[in-house]
Design a protein around this ligand. Structure first.
Ligand SMILES: Cc1cc2nc3c(=O)[nH]c(=O)nc-3n(C[C@H](O)[C@H](O)[C@H](O)COP(=O)(O)OP(=O)(O)OC[C@H]3O[C@@H](n4cnc5c(N)ncnc54)[C@H](O)[C@@H]3O)c2cc1C
Length: 378
């Protein structure tokens, strides 16, 4: 069986790796020109039942343990006046208590790529579209004119999937907020105050309809995220020069005027490019009729905002589970039902959390949410 996977993100690579472990070598068409073509984003906490389960199925549990950072679960939560609302320090047996050790996305991606034959990923192969050949097989069109025919096609190509239209008309819609990512390099040495504020894990400050957060990564960087409620055309209408990061940084700080200076110093400590993006999501509870020979996984199937911290975990679980179904000649229709049922509560939680974190008076609501999560009286 010739399998083509569109997209070499965590979902697609996990799928390819589990297939490989079962003697099936798929082809992964990846838009990026090479492994190093794009900075792959920050740290992810992998859940036992999803991300960690998938890596076990991929035979990569030991590799994961080597890159996992349990202490990355430490967190501090402030309001925008600088009041500390919550501090969590990972106990020595942290993994047992919370079970979601952090791992850097680039390290996870490397773990998966290193465990695949070199020729699996076809770099610089952006899928433009795919068409059914009428016998359950599909023809995949790649930019530059190349085509690949396959017996089974997996759309793992993320938010703007080119495979999704084969299965559903559902499209991502704007969630009413934008996110921005900036990076502090060499944090401990060059920016000790920022480093101390963030600690071993993450820092979050919640204002009215806007948040400022920062996460330590395993490579000495700290990733700073700003999220705010705004109109869909905000990147054009705000007048912020996003192509000029230094001026953009100054303009962004004005949006956080009145916040504690030590919090805004996190933004000052960043350097290099600024990544800004609208948050989008597919409708909660998306479903489609099964079509033989093709399916979707991960963000392509059930894109949600990052507010539940589940997207990568689900993508990896989807990828591993689908690989097992294909390797064992199982029922893809049943796989799709289970996948979409699993994703629905996470998508709903993402949507609800986005509303809560970006509401007026959000800090107190978020403090309450954490107390509830930790089973405390509040
Ligand atoms: C700021 C932020 C923080 C997040 N934090 C977390 C978290 O803590 N925990 C968590 O679980 N999730 C988190 N997520 C969500 C998570 O990043 C995604 O859900 C996850 O990456 C989805 O994996 P995927 O493999 O389905 O898609 P992607 O990671 O989007 O991978 C898709 C791949 O397909 C490639 N591609 C795209 N189009 C094409 C094409 N036409 N042809 C070929 N290749 C293509 C892309 O280059 C990419 O490599 C976060 C997201 C954001 C934005």
């Amino acid at each position: 069986m010739r399998i083509v996977i569109a997209g070499g993100g965590l979902g697609g690579l996990t799928c390819a790796r589990v297939l490989h472990a079962h003697g099936i070598d798929a082809v992964v068409c990846e838009r990026d020109a090479s492994r190093e073509a794009r900075v792959q984003g920050g740290t992810l906490d992998l859940t036992v039942a999803e991300g960690q389960w998938a890596l076990r199925e991929a035979g990569l549990e030991a590799g994961y343990r080597a890159i996992a950072r349990p202490e990355g679960q430490d967190m501090v939560l402030y309001d925008s006046a600088g009041t500390l609302l919550r501090r969590e320090v990972t106990p020595d047996e942290g993994e047992e208590r919370w079970g979601r050790p952090e791992a850097d996305r680039p390290a996870l991606r490397k773990l998966l790529l290193d465990a695949l034959p070199e020729e699996t990923v076809h770099w610089g192969h952006a899928v433009t579209h795919a068409e059914p050949l009428g016998d359950g097989r599909h023809r995949v069109h790649v930019s530059g004119g190349e085509t690949l025919d396959c017996d089974f096609l997996i759309g793992a190509d993320g938010a703007r999937s080119r495979i999704r239209p084969l299965l559903t008309d559902a499209e991502p819609a704007y969630c009413g907020a934008h996110g921005m990512e900036l990076v502090i390099h060499d944090a401990d040495r060059a920016h000790p105050a920022a480093s101390a504020l963030v600690g071993r894990g993450s820092f979050s400050a919640i204002g009215d309809q806007q948040t400022l957060s920062a996460q330590r990564n395993g490579d000495g960087t700290i990733r700073v995220h700003l999220t705010l409620r705004c109109s869909e055309d905000w990147m054009e209408s705000s007048g912020i020069p996003f192509d000029d990061p230094d001026r953009a940084r100054a303009a962004l700080k004005e949006l956080y005027a009145g916040w504690p200076a030590e919090f805004l110093a996190l933004v000052d400590a960043t350097s290099g490019p600024l990544l800004a993006y609208p948050l989008t999501a597919l409708p909660v509870g998306v479903r489609w009729e099964n079509t033989p020979g093709v399916t979707l996984i991960g963000d392509a199937a059930h894109l949600m905002s990052p507010f539940a911290g589940q997207g990568a975990n689900l993508a990896m679980r989807d990828g591993a589970e689908l690989a097992l179904v294909l390797a064992e000649g199982g029922d893809v229709r049943k796989f799709e039902q289970v996948m979409l049922e699993r994703a629905e509560p996470a998508a709903r939680m993402s949507a609800d959390n986005l509303e809560l974190f970006l509401s007026d008076g959000a800090a107190e609501k978020v403090r309450h949410l954490f107390a509830k999560m930790f089973g405390e009286e509040d």
